[in-house]
Design a protein around this ligand. Structure first.
Ligand code: PYC
Length: 316
């Protein structure tokens, strides 16, 4: 092995079509703190590893990466830091489903309920006997409704701002066709919305950036309630219905009295896959849960050779 060469074992999976690549060994030692502090350390000292794992030539813009780490809370089976082509995610629903199936593949857990430590708190995930996982996500809520933004070339667009583990701008009222054939236009439109939100300093709570844009339209699958298109922070789109995005959507529906506690919401993605969601209310807080399936589709070793000019990914 050449000097300085690093090897990382990664497990690839997809959840409803959306890929997750988890570093299961060979990653940096991030100490004994909380997963939130591990994220901060990873971002400050090892960000090139993030890019090496998810960006081209090893990865693609669509891949959500993750680092499996020791949880600080002994009640949790694992800690997880999620990242993408441009940075870090507070929480990731499809990635948590992928994590559970990955841990089962590694024989680190069996079907049943388990707790996972994420940077934004503990989530509970139930691994069923088949490939399905139910994630009880972080408390979700609508922060603002009917927020209007002027989008050049498209006119005024009105949406809700909601938290589902990430910040979302959710738009029901638009003239877009929510179909796979229309991905380029959907991307251009949602990217333009995001830029206007930034320009006009429209944010989530405490000035937090809204980095996911979600459009809704009628479903194609007869069993679904709605179909979505979700723009992720690095301009790729979510192939899955988006776990945190579906949580944000259910928070808005609940706030409008259009979804009751325990009622099932079936969210179809732009590729036709479906998550089943529901909410429970406890002491005035909304707890969403999301059920979806994931499959392991790769188990490999990444070789990071410092002499490779693109060892740490192709970056701007
Ligand atoms: O499933 O929460 C999710 C997610 C966020 C970004 C991509 N997927």
């Amino acid at each position: 092995m050449k000097t300085g060469t690093q090897r990382l074992r990664v497990i690839d999976s997809h959840t409803a079509g959306e890929p997750t690549r988890i570093i299961v060994s060979g990653g940096p030692d991030l100490g004994k703190g909380s997963v939130a502090s591990k994220l901060a350390l990873f971002r400050d000292k090892f960000d090139s590893l993030r890019s090496a794992v998810v960006n081209e030539p090893r990865g693609s813009d669509a891949i959500v990466g993750a680092l499996l780490c020791e949880p600080q809370d002994p009640a949790c089976v694992a800690g997880i830091v999620f990242f993408n082509n441009v940075g870090y995610l507070a929480m990731c629903g499809h990635g948590t489903i992928g994590l559970m199936v990955t841990l089962a593949y590694l024989k680190k857990l069996s079907p049943g309920r388990h707790q996972i430590e994420t940077p934004v708190g503990k989530v509970t995930a139930h691994l069923h006997d088949d490939a399905r996982v139910t994630v009880q996500n972080v408390v979700s809520y609508r922060h603002a409704s009917k927020v209007k933004v002027e989008v050049p070339g498209h006119g005024p667009v009105t949406g809700d701002i909601a938290w589902g583990g990430n910040w979302f701008f959710l738009v029901n009222d638009h003239r877009m066709d929510i179909s796979f054939a229309n991905i380029d236009r959907l991307t251009e439109f949602t990217w333009a919305i995001r830029q206007q939100l930034q320009k006009h300093k429209i944010t989530g709570r405490d000035g937090q950036e809204i980095d996911h844009i979600e459009l809704f339209g009628p479903p194609q699958a007869p069993e679904a309630d709605s179909k979505n298109f979700v723009l992720c922070p690095g301009k790729s789109y979510d192939r899955s219905p988006c776990g945190t995005g579906t949580s944000a959507k259910m928070a808005c529906l609940y706030a409008d009295g259009k979804l009751h506690a325990g009622q099932v919401w079936r969210q179809e993605s732009i590729v036709g896959s479906i998550f089943e969601g529901a909410v429970a209310e406890n002491a005035g807080e909304l707890h969403p849960s999301i059920t979806g399936s994931a499959f392991v589709n790769g188990d490999s070793e990444l070789i990071l050779d410092p002499q490779d000019p693109f060892c740490f990914g192709i970056r701007p």
